[in-house]
Ligand binder design. Structure first.
Ligand SMILES: *Cc1c(COP(=O)(O)O)cnc(C)c1O
Length: 384
């Protein structure tokens, strides 16, 4: 694209030139493992073997980089495959990483239980407390600052620009997991982050029908290392998965608009209910991160957590009583889901500093009709 287009246009067109041989508007699913060579080592279109590169994956990777305003996009089989590749591209045994104390449970599990035994140490901190972050950095040993905002499941908002400054003063790679906001609402690279991570399984795919992960990196050398690992270790996205993710991304902006407006209406509705002791949603003026979210994001997202005054028993009963909100892990799809973090998504961090209170329920608000969603919630809530 010669002219610089706006986000909603980029989401539909970046990397999506029509197929030159047939004119097909949509880039095909190149469901092939290998590519015929003209002569030994002389490739026809630059492709050799699909672990190293596949045109459908290239279309997605170009699109991902454009969405985040970054130089290099890399697509993986899952969000955790992307994270693992990034960590191995940066860290060596003896290195240290600082991460938020309510990051996605699987991120903590990967760092603690997979990278830990290989000699990588970590410290978890309250990311919204900038002093605590500075104090957690060990000069010369800490290599990565891992930020997730909004965080999961308590929707804490961290200041990406401030954290990037702190990280860069200490020579760290500043990583932002942008899964909850999606690039439709937040651009971490523009605020100074070095790398953006996504579980494209969530809002980018958007239809709960495909797993995937992404890295968007500006630094050429780091991108080269990550690309080498992607090729050499093989955690790549399959052609069909890449194609489904592209298809999802085309409607990202319109979906996010509805996710945001539905979630705002639900957060305001639940905030007034006597059975609920807290509603965690950055779109509520009483949320501690509300002002920062207003500056850093262009919408407050579709994720809400709520705490029940009646404790774990009330929370569990609510989570199991709805019909439109289906009880399932994951988030970011067009359909509404409810999750009980302490025994589902965050079961792996029970007994650690990252433990989620057992009276908390997380909602992934879908794009159904808002009246039906509120009716479903009201039926599951204790009578006022
Ligand atoms: C789901 C999720 C991941 C992990 O992604 P997978 O695609 O499940 O491997 C990482 N970060 C966040 C914030 C997530 O919600």
């Amino acid at each position: 694209m010669a002219r610089k287009h706006k986000f909603d246009t980029v989401a539909i067109h970046a990397g999506q030139a029509f197929d030159p041989t047939t004119g097909a508007v949509i880039p095909p699913i190149y469901q092939t493992s290998t590519f015929v060579q003209e002569s030994i080592g002389e490739l026809r279109g630059g492709y050799e073997y699909s672990r190293g590169g596949n045109p459908t994956r290239t279309a997605l990777e170009t699109l991902l980089a454009a969405l985040e305003g970054g130089k290099h996009g890399l697509s993986f089989a899952s969000g955790l495959a992307a994270e693992d590749t990034l960590l191995r591209a940066i860290l060596s045994p003896g290195d240290h990483i600082v991460l938020g104390n309510d990051v996605y449970g699987g991120t903590h599990r990967l760092i603690e239980r997979v990278h830990g035994p290989w000699g990588v140490r970590n410290t978890t901190v309250e990311m919204s407390d900038l002093r605590a972050v500075e104090q957690a950095i060990i000069p010369g040993e800490t290599k990565v600052l891992w930020v997730e905002t909004p965080s999961n499941p308590l929707m804490k908002i961290s200041d990406i620009a401030e954290l990037a400054d702190i990280g860069h003063r200490a020579g760290l790679v500043v990583v932002v997991d942008n899964t909850f906001a999606s690039p439709a609402l937040q651009h971490p690279l523009a605020h100074g982050a070095d790398v953006v991570v996504h579980s494209t399984t969530k809002y980018l795919g958007g239809h709960s029908d495909v797993l995937g992960g992404a890295l968007i990196i500006n630094d050429d050398e780091l991108a080269e290392k990550a690309r080498f690992l992607q090729f050499a270790a093989g955690p790549v996205s399959a052609p069909l998965d890449a194609w489904l993710t592209i298809r999802g991304i085309k409607t990202l902006s319109v979906r996010m608009d509805r996710h945001c407006s539905n979630a705002q209406a639900i957060a305001e509705h639940l905030d007034r209910h006597p059975a609920i002791s807290a509603v965690y949603y950055p779109g509520l003026p009483g949320h501690p991160g509300h002002e920062l979210a207003k500056q850093q994001m262009s919408g407050f997202g579709g994720m809400i957590s709520i705490a029940f005054a009646g404790g774990a028993k009330a929370a569990r009963k609510f989570a199991e009583s709805m019909t439109l909100f289906q009880l399932a892990e994951s988030l970011g799809g067009v359909e509404s889901l409810v999750n009980y973090p302490s025994e589902m998504t965050h079961a792996s961090v029970r007994g650690t500093a990252l433990e989620v209170p057992d009276n908390v329920v997380r909602l992934s608000v879908g794009i159904e009709d808002i009246a039906d969603l509120i009716d479903d919630l009201d039926r599951a809530l204790p009578r006022k």
